[in-house]
Design a protein around this ligand. Structure first.
Ligand code: ADP
Length: 404
């Protein structure tokens, strides 16, 4: 079965084509037949397309930044030139889309229908940077052939199991009734790494108390017990929770009213400050990229050091806050750009959890092989570093839905 995954973000379009015949024989995630990425941010007039297939890598400047045209060019690299892997685009059996926001309606992978499209559209105010790109991707495929089944896999779906007391905000209940609640994000990643944790440790998922830290540009932390999520740090929007590259994470909400009264800031201005000008960037005044922050710390920059210390402290706070509901901790998982690549973040985060008899093996932490346990043999808590594979997780969900 040929499964195409379209993972549309605000600034990029990532895609993978998998060929799966019998899923149950696949232990670790396979290499896709074909992978592509369009970066829409390199230039305001065009996108930069990178494709990899059959060991060949190509880079193309797309003549326009029209997204549908760009997606069409990207898909054509599957059927022509050096990266050709299939004869016709109609050889694709199913297309899976990562959809950031499924609202209250969609808690599992769902075939795309007119109704599903209408809901994704209705939810644009809650995911203004993402849901429009998902619709563009769906329409691009419809233009090739309306008969190709398409599946929406929702980033919010993993959180349907969060109990009401962790999901509902302590504000007048009428707002919950109109949809203000904790939705949670990065669910495909958190679900995937929790399942992979069980595979790596060769233990049943429902026997493990897990905390997964997805630390990338956006950062979120999720608690998983009995195989399901019971809490997560992101909330109504992906702004809540830990400090991120340029997002503040949780702050006292009265700061917003102070901004409004003192500076007469409106919603757009506050949105911009908290989403684009805060986090590592806001505190350091230097960069949202942790690599740059670490480099500046080496050079003795105290503002960068302060930003880093807050970043670590906020992660520790969220991990600690999940411990009572989990009733302990068996595994702490690090994933995504920072989680997978920054040994110093993993070391600093774990440093304060000696009281849980969690012990990080510094050598293993530095000389990392991916999808591995970096705790010492006598540590009571396993510490795993897992490469997140959202596209593969989406492909698997499509496979199961088609075969159901
Ligand atoms: P996204 O959330 O956009 O999917 P990623 O998961 O790819 O992003 O994470 C990107 C971030 O990972 C970068 O902003 C950078 O801060 C961080 N990162 C990547 N490699 C390293 C590294 N070697 N050391 C520290 N941070 C890193």
């Amino acid at each position: 079965m040929k499964i195409l995954v379209l993972n549309a973000g605000s600034s990029s379009q990532k895609s993978s084509l998998y060929d799966i015949n019998v899923l149950k024989n696949i232990v670790s995630p396979p290499q896709p037949l074909w992978e592509a990425m369009i970066d829409w941010t390199v230039n305001s007039n065009y996108g930069l397309l990178k494709v990899e297939a059959k060991g060949v890598k190509i880079t193309l400047e797309l003549p326009t930044n029209n997204r549908q045209t760009g997606i069409k060019t990207m898909l054509n690299t599957m059927i022509e030139g050096e990266t050709k892997v299939i004869e016709e685009l109609t050889d694709i059996n199913v297309v899976g889309h990562r959809v950031v926001h499924g609202g209250k309606k969609y808690y599992q992978a769902t075939f795309v229908t007119e109704e599903v499209k209408a809901t994704i559209k209705e939810l644009i105010p809650l995911a203004p940077n993402h849901n429009p790109s998902h619709l563009e991707g769906i329409e691009s495929i419809e233009k090739i052939n309306k008969e190709i089944p398409q599946v929406a896999v929702f980033d919010t779906a993993f959180y349907s199991t969060i109990p009401d007391y962790a999901k509902i905000y302590p504000i007048p209940y009428q707002y919950y009734q109109e949809g203000i609640q904790r939705y949670g994000f990065h669910g495909i990643s958190h679900q995937y790494v929790s399942q992979r944790t069980a595979e790596i440790l060769d233990q049943p998922l429902n026997s493990l108390k897990i905390i997964t830290c997805h630390l990338g540009n956006g950062c979120s932390i999720t608690a998983i017990k009995d195989g399901v999520s019971i809490n997560t740090s992101m909330g109504f929007t992906p702004l809540e929770g830990v400090m991120m590259g340029s997002r503040s994470g949780s702050i006292d909400p009265a700061i917003l009213t102070y901004f409004m009264r003192k500076y007469d800031y409106d919603g757009d201005k506050i949105d911009e400050i908290l989403n684009k000008k805060s986090g590592l960037l806001g505190v350091s005044g230097i960069s949202a990229d942790l690599r740059t922050i670490l480099q500046k710390i080496e050079e003795g920059n105290t503002q960068a050091k302060l930003a880093f210390d807050i970043y670590i402290h906020r992660i520790q706070e969220v991990i600690s806050s999940f411990l009572p509901s989990l009733g302990g901790l068996d595994v702490l998982v690090f994933t995504a750009g920072v989680g997978e690549n920054s040994a110093i973040v993993r070391e600093k985060v774990c440093e304060k959890f000696g009281f849980l008899a969690m012990k990080l093996d510094k050598k293993k932490n530095l000389n990392l092989s991916i999808d591995t346990n970096i705790a010492t043999d006598d540590s009571h808590v396993k510490i795993l570093v897992i490469h997140t594979q959202e596209d593969w997780a989406i492909a698997k969900q499509c496979y199961h839905l088609i075969n159901r």
